[in-house]
Design a protein. Structure first.
Length: 436
């Protein structure tokens, strides 16, 4: 039993629109937006405290400097970057705006930049509502990229991620649609990207494969055409000077570098300009000689800096999430409709629930339950089950291989053994059902 990718979301979009055509639901923004969520590319929201580099990361992903970035609090509205042909979307109020944008990224994702969260300004409330169960826009995003600095996991970080998972989580709660990003890696002192990632995975309880440390400004500069020959010349001069390289690797900030630079009779504007575009060069420090060596022109420099930024790693994680876009979107929108039903009066609630109950019986939906179970088996959550068994079962659940007698016996045994965690039992039951 398999269903084509997107079939469940398409069926759910039909349900939303069918409901919206009824007199009692006419022009209901939640239904219209839920239908849009099912039909357009996967919705990914970038959320985090003020000045964690959200807009800079958005520019890097979109490969265009479309979002304004600044040291002080900057983004004032939830901004939806969508491909122009993604269809109508309802007006979500003055806290939101839409920017139509054609490009490789918007062909696959709708990207949502948001105002920073840890602020008293009213801007933050539009972001808070995206994570709030009692808001019409709660659950309007399907995937969360949560940004945090200096490998620190605050209580509010955990709390917001938990909220998002509750808005969008499935029965098996695999946490597959949340990515935690350690930001401004170039400004972190004395910790490698891998160490930052390990700390963030531990602190947030997310699977390690959903945690990435990046330096988004390197990627923004490299991808948005901000690098010039002057930057390359300055980098070459730094790389050629041993004491300068030591300062860069030491991550001591701009002032001592400036003194050394000017001491050599060089133009202070060169270094300032480099710093404006690339920031402190901590990440680049150790590899600077190789970087400039392999960069005869700005084009190669951009390629090298992009690799160092690790934003490509983040894109790989997003591509992995997209494989289960149908599951994540459907799960999030079903939850959204359930919450909508809970607040719209008995009669209207009964209509919504009836439609959802019918939908759940459809083969496209039964198939999604299996994919959810496969996702859990592919993650690290059940590492106490031997890996070959987990891998084979995940493939079976995804319809890629047929069941063997041995597999059936193994998972029947797991499902029936008393005292099993309910999550494991549910997954085991899904495997047994698929193996029949
Ligand atoms: N060192 C360093 N600075 C960065 C990086 N990314 C962004 N910044 C700087 O951090 C400041 C804030 O960046 P933004 O992208 O505007 O941050 P934001 O999270 O969108 O901020 P708000 O919209 O105000 O919440 C700017 O001065 C950026 O240049 C990075 O990777 N490294
Ligand atoms: Mg911003």
């Amino acid at each position: 039993m398999t269903a084509p990718e997107g079939a469940a979301a398409a069926a759910l979009a039909d349900v939303c629109l069918r409901l919206e055509r009824r007199r009692e639901f006419r022009d209901e923004p939640v239904l219209l937006d839920a239908a849009a969520q099912c039909s357009e590319p996967l919705r990914v929201a970038v959320v985090g405290d003020v000045s964690t580099g959200k807009s800079t990361l958005v520019n890097a992903l979109l490969t265009a400097k479309v979002a304004r970035t600044r040291r002080a609090e900057e983004t004032a509205q939830v901004t939806w970057y969508r491909r122009p042909d993604a269809g109508e979307r309802p007006d979500l109020g003055s806290g939101h705006r839409t920017v139509p944008l054609r490009g490789d990224f918007t062909a696959l994702y709708t990207l949502v930049d948001t105002p920073g969260t840890n602020t008293a300004s009213q801007w933050a409330s539009s972001t808070a509502q995206l994570l709030a169960a009692d808001s019409p826009t709660g659950g309007a995003a399907t995937v969360l990229i949560y940004l945090t600095r200096d490998a620190i996991v605050w209580d509010h970080t955990r709390e917001r991620i938990g909220r998002f998972l509750r808005l969008s989580g499935g029965r098996t709660s695999d946490k597959g649609n949340v990515v935690v990003v350690g930001t401004k890696g170039d400004a972190v002192r004395g910790a490698s990207p891998e160490e930052v990632e390990a700390e963030l995975a531990e602190g947030t309880g997310l699977p390690p494969e959903r945690v990435v440390a990046v330096s988004q400004r390197l990627a923004e500069s490299a991808r948005c055409g901000l690098l010039t020959d002057r930057h390359l010349r300055t980098l070459r001069a730094i790389a050629a000077d041993e004491s300068f390289r030591a300062l860069v690797s030491g991550g001591r900030g701009l002032a001592p570098m400036q003194a050394l630079w000017e001491g050599g009779g060089r133009d202070p504007a060169d270094l300032k300009e480099l710093n404006d575009v690339l920031g402190p060069l901590n990440w680049v420090g150790a590899t600077l000689p190789e970087l400039v060596e392999s960069s005869p022109t700005v084009v190669e420099l951009a390629t090298g800096l992009d690799r160092l930024s690790r934003v490509p790693q983040l894109e790989a994680v997003l591509a992995d999430i997209r494989k289960d876009a149908d599951l994540f979107t459907t799960r999030t929108v079903v939850r959204r409709l359930e919450r909508f039903a809970a607040h719209c009066g008995l009669e209207r609630a009964a209509t919504v629930r009836r439609e959802l109950a019918e939908l759940r019986e459809r083969p496209e939906f039964r198939w999604l339950d299996r994919r959810a179970a496969a996702l859990v088996l592919e993650g690290t959550a059940m590492s106490y089950v031997p890996r070959p068994e987990r891998e084979a079962a995940a493939k079976l659940l995804r319809g890629e291989i047929a069941a063997t007698k041995r597999m059936r016996r193994f998972w029947q045994d797991v499902a029936q053994r008393p005292g099993r965690a309910s999550k494991l039992r549910r997954v085991a039951e899904a495997v047994v059902e698929a193996a029949l």
